[in-house]
Ligand binder design. Sequence first.
Ligand code: CMP
Length: 138
Amino acid sequence: MQRTLSILKPDVTRRNLTGAVNARIEDAGLRIIAQKRLHLSLEEAQRFYAVHQERAFFNDLCSFMISGPVVVQVLEGENAVDRYRTVMGATNPANADEGTIRKDFAESIEANSVHGSDSLENAMKEVSFFFSEMEIVG
Ligand code: CMP
């Protein structure tokens, strides 16, 4: 059993697709064991994505992530980190497999609908960035 952090990005909340994305998550056998809707500050977005701070897309990424509400979630399931990455599809929706969230919903590489932790180690860090143990009900 693993836990991973998921973020439904502002392009999802803007288009009222929270439930549609959550259905994909649940259909894949992942359980949403914590969830909250937030409007990130610039400082929070920069801190969350600090690993990307040297990348050319960093400022645009942070601006996008604060352009509207996000929904942050903890997902639990067998092999949850890799399972969710498979359900999400490739970072660039142009390269995403058929039937994935990004193939079906993403607008661009930046407005790519969802974020998921890329390793178990990062999942633990990212979950504790947003949630306290009391907020996670497995
Ligand atoms: P995410 O999984 O949230 O992690 C970092 C994000 O940066 C990524 O999804 C993309 O939405 C965004 N991004 C924007 N441009 C690029 C790029 N050229 N390469 C990788 N990620 C990018």
